[in-house]
Design a protein around this ligand. Structure first.
Ligand SMILES: Cc1ncc(COP(=O)(O)O)c(C=O)c1O
Length: 450
């Protein structure tokens, strides 16, 4: 506890990024051995080589990739789950743990507007949840054998790469990926989707699945879910919505407006380790027809015959690839129960406002140009100048360490992005980010002139 307290007390002023010369190699000087080193020495190694090296995801000045944060009550939940080591895979083994996990799934399904009968599971992250969604959609629509090369999924170039990975793992690498055109705010165009499906049908292809983003990683863009969902329904496509980043904005009025139409989905992925601020290792899959999820994941074995009888609640082991699993529900249930939903709603509304503030400040700057007004809490921008200048700016940010943000490519151009997601990111952190960016960008210009 003393170690955790010391770490958390230092977070406000600690670097958002730092890398020592050895890149944590000092850990290797202490190999796993016959005789233990004791807790104090082990904590010292964690402090020196783990907690201080690399990105600090706990920092409010970390706005790269998609931050999470890590709530204290979630850590407490993990601690308690590990202490009692409740077996959250089957209802028989721990009715309390499974009721907690299923209650959370029902709460998220309700948030997304899915009907009674929806089901799901708490995964380790968005990629695993996406894989389970694709496997469910594959089995539900009979995509196998000679159908596979004719089957088509519709995405945009901004769809998260975990979809490609999941397709490959699910044995669907030969499925056609149709990249539907996006509008100027990088959201899928409904008329382009309709045209692509029409063309595919004319050519004897098998339109199978529409993958929409409720908040892309690159830009936070939300595809127009309502009209696209209507097309999916009309064309009998499986509709999957990747709300890994954007899903919990449904807790805000503005988010509900932006994500309207998500309720039409056959499957939805939401990541509590992103916009619910939990520590890494928390994703969720929600499936409209729970029976289809179960069909795709249920297993049976003689050695489990004592555990299978319960009808009270579905068992996570029947709804996911996992059998013996971490009781990860406790890390989500505890903060939601202890704190209530109000602070989560407030924190998410704050992130939306901070992103708009950052966008406006950067748009008014002589040194920077900005991308579109953010749909959610990701803002894209560039230092005025060429790609090399922008790349040097990112490198300078990382060397400096006060803030951390990451880059991407948009339309072939090197682009910086700021993702306001961590619960510790407030106005002061955004102002520091703006100030550091200006300082380093001005220096980059001077260096170039010199
Ligand atoms: C939109 C989106 N989808 C899916 C994923 C994959 O989730 P995970 O990293 O939890 O596996 C991410 C991760 O950043 C994401 O931003």
């Amino acid at each position: 506890m003393r170690h955790a307290d010391a770490y958390l007390s230092a977070v406000e002023h600690a670097p958002a990024y730092q890398l020592g010369p050895g890149k944590a190699a000092g850990l290797l000087d202490c190999p796993i051995a016959e005789t233990g080193i004791g807790l104090d020495h082990a904590l010292e190694l964690i402090d020196r080589f783990v907690d201080r090296e690399g990105i600090a995801p706990t920092s409010g000045r970390f706005t790269g990739y998609v931050p999470g944060g890590g709530l204290f009550h979630a850590a407490l939940g993990d601690f308690l789950a590990a202490i009692s080591n409740r077996y959250a895979g089957v209802f028989f083994a721990s009715p309390g743990a499974v009721r907690i996990e299923n209650q959370l799934v029902r709460w998220m399904a309700g948030l997304a507007g899915l009907p009674k009968g929806a089901s799901g599971y708490l995964s380790a992250g968005g990629s695993g949840a996406t894989l389970a969604a694709i496997v469910t959609a594959r089995d539900a629509r009979g995509i196998s054998g000679e159908n596979i090369p004719r089957a088509v999924v519709y995405v945009t170039e901004h769809t998260h790469h975990c979809v490609d990975k999941a397709m490959h793992i699910a044995g669907l690498g030969a499925v056609q990926r149709r990249h539907v055109a996006a509008d100027e705010r990088l959201r899928m165009r409904p008329e382009a989707l309709a045209a692509a499906i029409r063309k595919d049908r004319q050519e004897g292809m098998l339109p199978w699945m529409l993958l929409l983003s409720a908040g892309t990683t690159n830009t936070g863009s939300v595809d127009p879910l309502s009209p696209l969902g209507e097309i999916a329904a009309r064309e009998s496509l499986w509709l999957h919505v990747d709300a890994a980043y954007g899903g919990f904005f449904l807790l805000t009025d503005e988010g509900r407006e932006k994500l309207a139409g998500i309720e039409q989905a056959d499957s939805v992925v939401m990541d509590p380790h992103k916009t619910l601020f939990l520590p890494y290792g928390s994703g969720a899959l929600l499936v409209r027809d729970g029976a289809l999820l179960k069909q795709a994941h249920r297993g049976d074995a003689d050695y489990l015959q004592d555990t299978m009888a319960s009808l009270d609640e579905d068992s996570p082991a029947d709804l996911s690839p996992e059998l013996t699993k971490h009781f990860r529900g406790l890390r989500m249930w505890l903060p939601l129960q202890v704190l209530g939903l109000a602070p989560f709603r407030a924190a998410l509304s704050e992130k939306l406002l901070l992103a708009r503030y950052f966008h406006a400040q950067m748009a008014a700057s002589d040194l920077f140009e900005v991308g579109p007004t953010p749909d959610l809490s990701v803002v894209t921008f560039r230092q005025k100048g060429d790609d090399a200048l922008n790349q040097r700016l990112v490198e300078a940010v990382q060397r400096d360490g006060r803030i951390f943000l990451s880059s991407t490519r948009l339309g072939g151009r090197f682009t910086l992005r700021m993702a306001a997601v961590c619960h510790r990111t407030h106005l002061a952190e955004i102002d520091t980010t703006i100030q550091v960016l200006h300082e380093l960008a001005a220096k980059a210009c001077q260096d170039r002139r010199a």
